[in-house]
Design a protein around this ligand. Structure first.
Ligand code: LHQ
Length: 255
């Protein structure tokens, strides 16, 4: 259900249930979570890409595998599957790129949004589809979306389940770049390789600082910066960056 490959420090995890637009069943969610944890622990992996096979990115919960309405323990299901997945991505000590090449719906939209970098193909789209089946957005969408587009656009997208095109996504900040469909995989790999050449320890601490800052006060963020800056400054990467600057050469952070 999830394919894994590694090239030039980039681990690509590909959702692989294309006939169902990569709708998420337990197997897919738990396998992806395990693969992310393995990538986090692998010294050779500097960047993780979550990609998808076929014409959809992820259609959210596989609706053919949920129990009859009224008989599902949604709270337990979220705690056991989607919530650990989203937490794993947000706490992974490496950049996670979500490469969205088709429709990202429901929990699949949440997954698309929660990457550190979000790259979309021209034909990609996001739908906060939950209200179509009279559920509420989950898997982090209620946290991410209003921070990206503001409360009101988030509410409208959630209430009406309208498709957001790649053009709008780029304009409003739901993704960082949009690439042509036919070169998408190569463009994603090239972007991820650029990221893989950056200082891994500094990016790890940057992710940690940003995550803390997003849910804290300015005072707390200033304190956290001061704490984490020590960890960055004491690392060999900092010495290499400064030496490279003085010697007027590119820094080599890949050790
Ligand atoms: C699917 C699905 C799907 C199964 C397309 N399941 N087969 C968390 C906790 C617990 C429970 C509930 O949920 C959650 C969080 C959630 O994610 S709730 C939201 C669940 N997802 C949806 O409601 C999305 C349902 N799908 C759609 O609205 C459309 O399929 C989208 C907008 C994703 C794509 O539309 P199209 O491009 O027109 O494709 P399609 O509808 O023709 O789908 C292609 C095939 O994929 C089709 O199968 P078939 O055998 O007819 O070819 C669909 O049945 C299947 N599929 N989504 N979630």
């Amino acid at each position: 259900v999830v394919l894994s490959s590694t090239r030039a420090g980039v681990r690509t995890l590909t959702l692989n249930r294309p006939e169902k637009l990569n709708a998420a069943n337990n197997d897919l969610i738990l396998t992806l979570t395990r693969e992310l944890q393995a990538a986090g622990a692998d010294q050779d992996v500097r960047v993780v890409v979550i990609a998808a096979a076929g014409r959809g990115f992820c259609a959210g919960q596989d609706l053919s595998e949920v129990a009859q309405p009224g008989q599902t323990d949604f709270t337990a299901h979220l705690h056991a599957t989607y919530n650990p997945l989203i937490r794993t991505i947000r706490t992974l000590e490496k950049p996670v790129v979500t490469a969205v090449q088709g429709v990202a719906a429901g929990a699949g939209a949440s997954l698309a949004l929660c990457g550190d970098v979000r790259l979309w193909a021209q034909s990609a789209a996001m739908v906060q589809v939950f209200s179509n089946i009279a559920l509420i957005p989950d898997s982090g969408s209620t946290w991410f979306l209003p921070r990206l587009v503001g409360y009101h656009r988030a509410f409208e997208l959630m209430a009406l389940a309208e498709k957001v095109t790649a053009e709008e996504a780029l304009r409003v900040g739901l993704c960082e770049h949009v690439y042509p469909d036919d070169t998408f995989a190569a463009d994603v790999q090239a972007y991820a390789e650029r990221l893989a050449k950056r200082p891994a320890n500094a990016l790890k601490l940057t992710k940690q600082a940003l995550n803390a800052a997003l849910s804290g006060t300015l005072d707390a963020a200033l304190d956290e910066e001061a704490r984490l800056q020590q960890l960055a400054g004491d690392h060999w990467e900092h010495a290499e960056g400064v030496a490279a600057f003085r010697e007027k050469r590119p820094a080599d952070f890949r050790r």
